[in-house]
Design a protein around this ligand. Sequence first.
Ligand SMILES: [Zn+2]
Ligand SMILES: [Zn+2]
Length: 343
Amino acid sequence: MGDFTFNTEMLGFALIVGGSLILIGLERLFPYNKNQPFFREGFWNDLLWYTFIQSYFLQIVIFAGIIHWIDSSTDISRLKLISDWPIWLQVVFFTVTHDLYIYWAHRFQHKNKVLWRTHEAHHSPIHVDWIAGSRSHAGEILVNQTIEFAPIVLLGAPPEVVVWKGVVSAVWGMYIHANIDVRSGWLQYIINGPEMHRWHHADWPPEALDKNFGTKLAIWDWIFGTAYLPDGKAQEFGLAHSRFPLSEVEGKKHARLQQILGWEWLRQNAFAFRSFKFSREEQEKLAAERRLREQQYRRREAERKGGRKVGESGVHTTQKVGGNGAAQNGAHRAAGEPEEHLN
Ligand SMILES: [Zn+2]
Ligand SMILES: [Zn+2]
C-alpha cells in the first residue's frame, strides 16, 4: 500500500504542477485584467512561504498531529464507514459536503471581526492571479484543512481519497483566482470560477462586498442569496480597511528580499493579533485614508469609462496620508468599525 500511496501522491503532485502551468498559460492567452504583471505584489511571499513552506508544516500538524491524535484516541477510522464506496464517489461526496461547510464558514468569517482576522490575509493581494489564493493565514488553513481532511481519514476512506481531494482543492483553488477571462454561461450557476470569485476579491464598488462566498460550487451563492455577477469586470482588489503589511506597497527597502526570507509572511501572520482598540487620532487618520482610497477608485473608474485603460487592472499608487504608506487600503465598508471593515 505504501508504494501505491507514494505513486498516487507523485501523480497528484504532477497534476497540481501541470494544472498550474495550464492556468499560467491561459492567463497569458485570455487575461481578465490586462497588463497585470506576472511577478506582481507579493508573488514571492505567496509562492515560497504560503504555497510551499506554510502548507508543508501545516500538513504535518494537521495529519500527523491533530487527525492522528483524534483517530488514535477514538479508533473511529477502523469502522471504515464509507470505504466500500467507489473512490470517485467518495471524492465527490467529500468535495460537495466540505464545500457547503466552507461556504458558511467563509460567510461567517466576513461577519465576525475576530474570525475576519484569520481571513483578511486572503483578501490582501492587490493583483489576483493563479497563486494569489494561497495567501491565507496559518490559523485559517489549520482549521479549514483539519475540517476538510479529518472526516476523510476518520470515516476510513483509503489514502488515495486524501490525495485526490487535495488535488481537487489545489487546482480548483488556483482556477477560481486565476486572471483568466472565463465566460461559463449557465455553468456559473453551478460551478465556481474566476468570473465570480474575482468579484469576491473586489474592493469596489460597494455592492460587490460580501458576495460570492462559494469556493468550488457557485450554487450555494445562488441558493442563499449572495451571488453577484454584474456585467463588466472587477478592477480593484485588496483590502480597504486596514494597514495590512505589504512591503512593496509600503515602499519598503528590499521588499522582495523581505518576502523571500519570510519576514513579510511573519508580519502578515502576526498582524492578525493586533489590538482591536484605536485612538481617536488613529481613527481619524484611517478614515482619511479610506476617503482618499475611495476617491482613487472613483477616479480610475471614470478614466476607464472615458475609454482609457479599459480592461486594465487598477494601478495602485502608494499615495501617502499622514506619513503612513497604507493608502492602498482604506475606503468604505461596514459602519461602526473605523478599521475593521469587513471585506
Ligand atoms: Zn472572503
Ligand atoms: Zn479567494
